[in-house]
Design a protein around this ligand. Sequence first.
Ligand code: NAD
Length: 248
Amino acid sequence: MFDLSRKVAIVTGASRGIGRAVAEALAGQGAHVIVNYTRSEALAEQVVQGILGRGGSAEAVRFDVADMGRAEQVVSEVAQRRGRLDILVANAGIAIDGVLLRIKEEDLDRVIAVNIKGTLACARAAIRVMMRARAGRVVVLSSVAGDVGNAGQAAYATTKAALQGLTKTLAREYASRNITVNAISPGLIETDMTAGLPAPVREHALRGIPLGRTGRPEEVAAAAVFLCSDEAGYVTGQILRVNGGLYV
Ligand code: NAD
């Protein structure tokens, strides 16, 4: 099950956290994984070396997803060089927190540029290649903040809800080409993004999680492996919630 050998996958923002776990999990199933990063070359190289050390196949490729032209160019170049592109996991994302009345326009612009425009750019370049192959898997990282909102995350929640609309739209647009597009909506996962949560906020969040604990990046990665597999061929336009029951 979930054999990804001979497939080529791009995972954006894969130098740490959920992206890293997804890259490692896809490589574990046999895919050649492009580990995208923006700044942390050393961390991305660590991910690649770890994958190679376990007998997998991977390479690190730098680009900022928010630079739409460059992101599209690099994704197409990679596909051309490898001769195919089967999987895109659009994971790169940022949160700049703040309630509506305090959000700065520049912060709003940056969150939109990375989370929405970055995902759109990578998806567009990937789908262009996948259309020619009449096969492909796109997985987008949304968030529980996009499902139900989150006070203090007006910009972030807006973008993560928008990605659910994008996912459903792309699923409809490219189903006829056998390209599936799904989103994963994680709850509270232990990564650098959530490491700085103040203790009262964390405790409040934990009380709302039926499974009574935070999630691990590997648990999100397992969902991504499924959605990227041939076995998930009849699943498209779905939002798969990996959230411990936080929102059901
Ligand atoms: P993280 O901050 O640990 O990792 C995000 C990664 O994205 C980093 O490697 C970062 O360098 C990269 N990145 C940021 N901007 C980029 C850009 N412009 N171009 C390329 N890469 C860029 O976060 P994480 O917790 O691993 O989150 C991964 C995804 O999952 C994000 O989209 C996030 O919104 C989503 N998510 C996380 C949680 C959680 O609880 N951790 C919950 C819901 C959704």
